[in-house]
Design a binder for this molecule. Structure first.
Ligand code: GSN
Length: 184
């Protein structure tokens, strides 16, 4: 039996960072793909604690909330820093990634036509903190925690790739960020 099962829709959405983490860490997992038609039947939604996907199971452990799933895998696979101090700094960075993800989702779902130009103009301010973190690179590696990959790098990479699609080539103007994309 595979250790992990992830139930989600056939999109990258809130699951891509988790899938990248698992693949990069050479972990196997079972994908339980939920089509819109299956979801609209309502049974699974009713059974989910918060009525939403992704749903993650590891034996008798069931989790919801993409960031909680990511952090759980981070703890299991040594991707949360080497001590409490690094774990705390990674928490800050991950919350920052989540903040930008929420802004992005609001743009896409609520104000794309009228909001895109301003959003792209503001991107340099939004992405600057990540560039500063990644520029601390060591040993030729550009990760949030210097030379050791963490759960936040997968989350950030997914977000950067999404923004590459939104504003083609824009992320390449950030040296540290493009290094992160290239290295991962
Ligand atoms: O990060 C998380 O897992 C949650 N804070 C959000 C989960 C979520 O928004 N799930 C959506 C699909 S992903 N995004 O757009 C979901 O399950 N939608 C279906 C529904 O009936 O709400």
């Amino acid at each position: 039996m595979l250790p992990y099962t992830i139930t989600y829709f056939p999109v990258r959405g809130q699951c891509e960072a988790t899938w990248m983490l698992l693949a990069d860490q050479s972990q196997d997992w079972k994908e339980d793909i939920m089509t819109k038609e299956m979801w609209l039947k309502g049974d699974l939604k009713a059974s989910c604690l918060y009525g939403q996907l992704p749903k993650f199971t590891d034996g008798d452990l069931t989790l919801y909330q993409s960031n909680a799933i990511l952090r759980n895998l981070g703890r299991k696979h040594g991707l949360c820093g080497k001590d409490n101090r690094e774990a705390a700094l990674l928490d800050v960075a991950n919350d920052e990634v989540e903040g930008l993800r929420v802004r992005y989702l609001l743009l896409i779902y609520q104000s794309y036509e009228e909001g895109k130009d301003q959003y792209v103009k503001d991107l340099s301010t939004q992405l600057k903190p990540f560039e500063i973190l990644l520029k601390q690179k060591q040993g030729g590696k550009a990760f949030i925690m210097r030379d050791k990959i963490s759960l936040v790098d997968y989350n950030l990479l997914d977000l950067l790739l999404v923004h590459q699609t939104l504003a083609t080539g824009y992320v390449d103007t950030f040296l540290g960020l493009s290094a992160c994309v290239a290295l991962l």
